[in-house]
Write a protein that binds this ligand. Sequence first.
Ligand SMILES: *Cc1c(COP(=O)(O)O)cnc(C)c1O
Length: 470
Amino acid sequence: MQKLAPDFRQALDVAFDRAISHLEHLDESSVAATADAATLRAQIDKPLTKAGMPPQQVIDELVRDVESGLLGSAGGRFFGWVIGGALPAAVAADWLASAWQQNAALYACAPAAAVVEETVGTWLKDILGLPLRASFALVTGCQMAHVTCLAAARHALLSRHGWDVESQGLYGAPPIRILSSSERHGSFERAVRLLGFGQAHIRLLPVDDHCRLLPDALEEELSKAAGAPILVLLQAGDINIGAYDSFETLIPIAKRHGAWVHVDGAFGLWAAASPRLRYLVKGIEAADSWATDGHKWLNVPFDSGFAFVTDPESHQASLSLRASYLTHAADARDQMDWNPEWSRRARAFPTYAALRQLGRDGIADLIERCCRHAHAIVTGIGELPGAEALWKPVINQGLVRFLDQKAGATEEDHDRHTDEVIAAILKTGEAFFGGTTWRGRRSMRVSVCNWQTSDQDVERVVKAVANVLQ
Ligand SMILES: *Cc1c(COP(=O)(O)O)cnc(C)c1O
């Protein structure tokens, strides 16, 4: 046995101890940061010394200096944005991924990581109800999953027009028309910008009162774009109310016009893993590509996202690369053929661990439990005097609004009051919610994605909001 540098054990011991202590004290800790930026800077921004220091001291001081700037997002009272928790097996596997220091670029430089990744890809397609022939990539998040999928789409759409985009770029290429709904996520637009499609080519179409893209509007725009390469983005779970486009209706329409259909299912795609919620994604398997996250609803540590593409040839053509110093596997999957990164973290390990810890039933239970809690929080808060439920969750996303009680209060007064209440809740440290503007009105988002959220947490946060409102 090789003698381990004592520094290693001591540093990891301190990290282990502090990590456990953080997790053990989440219940008593403020879910909001307790220090402001100036305080954090005063603690963190020290002169970088000429001489280094012992690793365990680095870790000890790191924890001491950053603690007051940590959010309680690992725990059950955090409902801001769409942020998942992290499952025990997934955190542990993530630590091992760091200790093992595998470069998961190619099978040759990390054989086990490559095979774990193959397995994870197959399991995910199965759980999410996607075609087994689809190719996949494990990326940093849904943002890069969009980039990966749209790079494949760009290849496929333009090669049908006789254009080799990998060689010629977009100079002189036929413009790609992009159709989506007003509810699309900003990460899609960033992907469109990065890939050179140009944001101005996105046309946002109207939605119905459940925020679902209107089929007639899509049909009409597709007809107008006849002959052009067309990309359609559909939404599986939008950021405000978790709205699902009607895949069953929309995908066949888009396909009839030769469009590539991409689905943003950052968290919403996980409804497919629940027998009770699967109806929401009916017909979704007919799309061309799908982007989702591991670090949201699956509760894998950051950063973890998944891209799936039905057309492996286009996927590979857009990303694959050969170099004489690389060793390409003949009988295994080289991640570099499918991923935008070169060197990369062995991020399949934590996902593999999360899926095995939960099993199929555990995944379905996690998804359904979060939906139940989200519904209970929105309903509970909505019944409080001065509050109103704007959207009761169908999945794990809901909205509430706080009404200014003064006589003759206007919508602007309610908007301001809603933001004030959100800030006041944050200040209690009892719960973390964010705000949004939905249909022109300020509201508080309730987003439940953490395996740790319990019935007691739900009760506690509703009580905390009641106290703030009094
Ligand atoms: C979070 C989110 C994204 C972006 O995902 P990242 O993991 O942050 O890159 C895209 N779409 C929707 C609907 C999201 O909620």
